[in-house]
Every structure is written in structure tokens, then in C-alpha cells.
Design a protein around this ligand. Sequence first.
Ligand code: ADP
Ligand code: MG
Length: 466
Amino acid sequence: MADNKVDLQECWNEAAPAIKTAVGDQDYATWFSRIFFDSHDEQTLTLRTSTKLVLDLAGKKFSDVIISKVSEIAGFTIGLKMVQKKEETKANAETPSPEKPARPADTSQSAPQTPKNRNKTNDMLNPSYTFDSFVPGDNSVFAFNACKAISENPGGNYNPCLIYGGVGLGKTHLIQAIGNHLVQNTKLRVLYITSENFINEFINSVNSRTMQQFKNKYRRVNVLLIDDIQFLENKKETQAELFNTFNDLYDTGRQIVFTCDRPVSELKDISDRLRNRFERGLSVDIQPPEYETRLAILRHKCVEKNFVIDDDILSYVAQNVQTNVRDLESCLTKLVAYSDLINKEITMEVAKELLKNSIRINIDRSTTSIAKIIKSVAEFFDISPYDIKGKSKKKSIASARQIAMYLARIQTDYSTTEIGIEFGGRDHTTIMYAIDKIKSQLTVPNSETQALINQLLTVIKAGNKQ
Ligand code: ADP
Ligand code: MG
């Protein structure tokens, strides 16, 4: 493994302007004049203060921002320790020494940006995304267990690992839980980044001719966590760079985890060699949670927030919000905010009124276009939409259903997981099977299926204009 030691004292010094901007001039002057660099190892920065008061207050108030800004400079998520120690000598505090400036040098806001601090876009780990705060259900237990195993033994059996599934189902939560666990319990260098930021950084480094720094940054981590790889579609050059990064890390046994909002097979414009890398190792999916899991998640979040609410109301939310956990959470947040405001427990009536729009929007958003397709196909074949969503294996119904699934895929942006939900809660593999089947029928010149699809597309388009 290449030795690319990072000097965390230097990073701390360099982070000063960013910390100052983040906390404001006044807090900076009050607190940061009392926080000094103490020591560092490869991964952890230790700062010292001379009084317990500063240690307690500033430690709580600023540790997130310090970690965030210093990590940006370091290129990986640092650990932070704050200790209470007396200043060694008075002279030491005032005389320049090799350690000076003890606090981040305030290099003024207008200082020209060096290439080194221009490309700082790595994302931060959200400390609340842990394994403890994740409620696994049948829909997610496989992904949950895989991520736990990785956090216990990074670079082990599950390398690389890909977690995929629709939006708001907990992919980011799980990939960051790996990161949080490793940062807290090991000295490994962990880097979490969304693929969007990876792309931005890559472009910046090309423009500013700092490619080598970019490469070094990614090559020196022990664990690379890349969220939402679907944004790499069409990004040929970034894909090539990621391919090289992947090989470098993989060949030296370092752990890589990706997330994606759909199966890799459904990504368009991804080079075959990179697709092959994504698919190597373990691939786990997260499905939308069933009712029981939705209810368990809501209950768990109420305990976390110390929020008391009638269980019937939670059941009502769990029954009506079926899309994803993010939507469930935002309904709960609304209820908590309202209850804080009126300072009373919420009744079912109030809850229904408060959530009226969220629940309607939820249904609209998840069903509109697919529902239209199902309706048009049903009308065309003179069967009911329930037949299409239902379980009948009658040949005429099953083939109409497969055509509708295919049309839903080519006419909307929904993933096969999401389409599966709209087609009566089917698994995404069923949808993929249907799509493949229709596609193979379309390869036959002048096929009957082609004629049908063309007619149906005309009907659907006419329906959209109404
Ligand atoms: P994704 O990355 O798949 O779009 P996120 O990880 O951002 O989804 O999840 C959306 C929100 O739902 C986050 O606040 C996350 O903490 C929460 N969440 C998702 N799944 C669960 C779960 N099983 N238990 C607890 N919280 C969850
Ligand atoms: Mg996400």
C-alpha cells in the first residue's frame, strides 16, 4: 500500500477559514482562541483546551464542524479527540514554535484558493446513521446483515458490495452506518462520497490540473463508500477513473461499497468493464417495507425522538404511506412539529387533517403514470386493471400484464422495484423477466408484439394529452 501520510496538523491549520465561516466570527473568536492542536496519528486529530468548561461546551458545540472541515482537507473522515491539558509554558503560548499556529491559522477569507483546498467536496457521514438506529425488516435484513459483516471485517468476504433499491429505503443510512462504525472503532481511513461529488471532483481536478492529488486522495483510503452510482451514467471519463481507482483498491484488499437506485443491469451507458466491477462481489437489494416493518420503524423513531403518540395513529400512517421510509419519516416529523407547537398530544382527527396532503401526494406520485398505463392496457385488452395487478395466470391476462410492465419501464422513470410495487407488490425480478421476454419478442421482425406495443403507445400518448 502506498504511504501517503496526511499531516492532520496541517489540515487543521488549513481548515481555519472554513471553520470560521461555518461558526461565525464571534464564536470563532470566543472559542477557537482556546482550542489548540495537541497531537495526531494517522487518522485522529487531538485538540487540547485548558479548561473543562471549554472542553465540555466547545466539544459538544463544534466537534461536528471541526470533523467536517478538517476531513474535507484531509480527504477522509477523521476521528477527533478533545482533551483538557494545561498549556505547557507561558512562553510557549506566545512564542512561535514549530507547532505554531496552534489554532487554525486564519488565512483570511480572500486568500487565493490553492488547488489543494479547491476540490474539497467529500461528503460527511451523518452520525445518526448507525446500525442501532436502523430497523431491519424482511425487506432489508439481508442488506443490513451484509453491511454489519462488512463493518466487522472490511476487505473480507463481501468485497466489493453493492446495495440497491428504490429511493428512501435506507441505502444511504446503511452505507454510512458502515462508515460510522469503522471511524469509531478502527483506525482505518474511510471515505464516503456520493457519485455526484466524485464526478464534480474529477472534473475540477482535470480543469485545475490536480489529477495526481485526486488520485492520491482515493488511492490512500482503506474503505471507499460511494453512494448513488446511477449518476455515473453517461460519464465516460469519470467511469474510467473510477475503474482504475477500483482496481487499485481492490487489488490491495481494500473495501469498496456502492449503492444504486436500481439493479446494475439496468444502468444505461456504463462501460462493460465498470459494470463488471460493480457486479463482482456481493449484491444485495432493499425492498419497500411491509406494513409491520413500517409500523416498527415509526415506533422506533418515536422512541428516538421521545415522542408520545397513540399507536392507532402510527398504524394509520403505516397503512397509508407505503412508498418508502423517507415519506414515513416526513409524516412523523409533521406530527412532532405540530404537537410541539400546540404542546398537546395529537388526536387521530388532527393527524388525518395534518397528513391529508402528504398521504394524497404520496399515492399520486407513486401511481399516476403507471396507473395510466395499466388502465390503458386493460381497456385495450378489455380486462380490468385489477386483472393486470392481480395474480391470474390465464394466458391472455398474463401476457397483457407483461406488456404493461414493459411499457411502464420504457415510458416512466420508475425502477423495476417501484414498478413491482404498482403491479400488486411483485418482486423486481418478475418485472425484469417480463421486460426481457417482451424485448426478445420485439427482436422478431414485424412481430405481433411490436404492432401491439405501437398501438398501445398511441393510446397512452392520447391519454396523456387529455
Ligand atoms: P436512500 O438512500 O435509500 O434513498 P436513506 O438512507 O436516505 O434512503 O433513507 C431515508 C430516511 O429513512 C433516512 O432518514 C433513514 O434514516 C430512514 N430510514 C430508511 N430505512 C430505515 C430503517 N429501516 N430504519 C430506520 N430508518 C430508516
Ligand atoms: Mg441515498
